[in-house]
Write a protein that binds this ligand. Structure first.
Ligand code: HEC
Ligand code: HEC
Length: 458
């Protein structure tokens, strides 16, 4: 009898604990964080494309030599005339104009000859070991120093940062992004409290560059946590301004940039997913919706007028996709620690990083246009996300003349038997794996087709 009593007490305690401590083998809800209000989206757009949140770059004379004659997709004021959308002319500390990279480097993509702001840029090439090589940067610096000393002074810090960060950002394949790596390198070289630059790294920097895709901006308004692991909590504006770390001089400059962030957030939150431009088989999509709602919406939510998004992070044991990105938050805790004691975590609207061993199940609005898929962009089409045996191990797409498949959304791709070129995605490399997310495998071919038709409507 006594034994039974002890057992039942134990049982009840276990049950109680299950409610208090979320079991890491179950999806976990991401709670909302308070955001600053009063942002204005039109002002945010203006700041995004004309603002000086990155205050370093190269003088126009060097820049124009480097880019040739680009196609201009964004009509801007005269200072930015002839400058492509992903750069902005800004005033350096000594009054000289420099051309600085802006957010659209990674957060805009030219698709079918039109610029889509907010769509992740899957053409970015971090595998290119030439353009930003130290040798090329030194050549440009030498040229400037002799020809225009004041212009060189305006660019000096940018060159210094580029020479240190550039060579540490190389990815193995074109099309994946190294922004997480850039963040880590900048953190290692900046004091967390003052943001003062140090030529020597102050934190241990692992060798590895973990690749990622770039999430579409129009999804953020639904999400309670930023980034693939949803570890970005607290004031989102603080994360939005992280690019300022590239060339910041001190935290008073950061405080100035920070004031604009509610506007940028309002702009990002005003973006809508682009509509699928071709005909949709409505009857099939309707069938797909029913299948989606019983197989997928517990994680990805429901859509339409009364749509609900559950904001769940899905543990590794369930999602089983490449774990390198989320695990790095535990194997490299120095970056989380850096952030959580940095200027970003101070003041009346602090931000913090809360790591999780898994990934957020993203909203799927506009998913037809956001290929390649999964957090590392390892899967070229929606069909392959939902049918793991057909996922290609080595695949490439046409970076010169991009070819999109509308019928079966994703990139048209070629399959290879090895990856002997950096335009070929090699899913055998650590961080580049295309496994996991097996939730579509049990569907019949007909059901899968219907779900894909439904996804086109989101
Ligand atoms: C060098 C490329 C790069 C630049 C420049 C860049 N980002 Fe990002 N951004 C990324 C990548 C990659 C991610 C996803 C990282 C992850 O989740 O691990 C991301 C994530 C985000 C997210 C989170 C979206 C979500 O749904 O969680 C927002 C918002 C964002 N960036 C805004 C900005 C803004 C605003 C700027 C300019 C001030 C900017 N980014 C500059 C690459 C970049
Ligand atoms: C248990 C939760 C869960 C279920 C069930 C689930 N998913 Fe997912 N899904 C996720 C997570 C988490 C990710 C992100 C994984 C990653 O990037 O590593 C994801 C990613 C995706 C992506 C890629 C999004 C992108 O932009 O890269 C698509 C498409 C998708 N899921 C569709 C579906 C469909 C359709 C179903 C139903 C057949 C489904 N999912 C069922 C959790 C789930």
């Amino acid at each position: 009898m006594k034994k039974l009593l002890i057992l039942s007490v134990l049982f009840i305690t276990c049950l109680a604990f299950r409610f208090i401590i979320p079991n890491s083998d179950e999806p976990v809800f991401v709670p909302p964080s308070q955001q600053r209000t009063g942002g204005d989206s039109a002002r945010g757009y203006d700041y995004l494309i004309n603002g000086d949140y990155v205050r370093g770059g190269v003088p126009e004379m060097i820049f124009k030599r480097g880019i040739g004659k680009p196609t201009i997709f964004l009509q801007r004021d005269s200072v930015n005339e002839g400058i492509p959308h992903d750069y902005t002319a800004v005033k350096a500390f000594n009054g000289e104009i420099v051309i600085a990279p802006n957010c659209l480097q990674c957060h805009a993509q030219v698709f079918e000859n039109k610029l889509y702001i907010g769509l992740g840029n899957t053409f970015v090439d971090f595998s290119d070991r030439e353009t930003l090589s130290v040798k090329n940067l030194e050549k440009a610096e030498k040229f400037l120093k002799t020809l225009a000393a004041k212009k060189w002074k305006a660019s000096e810090h940018f060159f210094e940062v580029a020479k240190i960060t550039g060579p540490q950002l190389y990815t193995e394949t074109r099309g994946v992004n190294a922004a997480d790596r850039l963040g880590a390198v900048l953190a290692a070289h900046r004091d967390p409290v003052t943001f003062k630059w140090s030529a020597e790294p102050l934190l241990d920097l692992p060798e590895q560059v973990i690749p990622s895709d770039v999430p579409a901006w129009w999804l953020l308004k639904k999400k309670n946590g930023m980034f693939y692991t949803a570890f970005g909590r607290g004031d989102f504006g603080r994360f939005l301004m992280a690019s300022n770390l590239l060339t910041v001089n001190d935290t008073s400059e950061s405080a100035e940039v920070d004031k604009h962030m509610p506007d940028i957030l309002a702009y990002i939150n005003s973006l809508q997913a682009p509509k699928y431009p071709k005909a949709i088989n409505e009857a099939l999509a309707e069938k797909g919706k029913v299948i989606f709602n019983s197989n997928c919406s517990e994680c990805h939510g429901t859509y339409g007028k009364d749509g609900q998004y559950p904001n769940l992070v899905i543990p590794q044991s369930i999602i089983q996709t490449d774990s390198l990105l989320q695990l790095s938050n535990y194997s490299q805790p120095q970056f989380i620690e850096w952030f959580n004691k940095s200027w970003f975590s101070t003041g009346d609207h602090p931000a913090k990083l809360v790591p999780f061993r898994g990934y957020i199940a993203p909203p799927l609005d506009g998913v037809w246009v956001t290929a390649p898929y999964l957090h590392n962009g390892s899967v070229p089409t929606l069909e392959a996300v939902l049918n793991s045996p057909i996922r290609p191990t080595y695949w490439s797409r046409n970076f010169t003349v991009p070819e999109y498949n509308y019928e079966n959304p994703g990139w048209k791709y070629a399959v290879h038997d090895k990856a002997d070129d950096r335009s070929i995605y090699n899913t055998k490399l650590p961080g580049y794996g295309n496994y996991g997310h097996y939730f579509g495998d049990n569907l019949t071919a007909g059901e899968r087709k219907a779900v894909i038709e439904y996804l086109k409507t989101l």
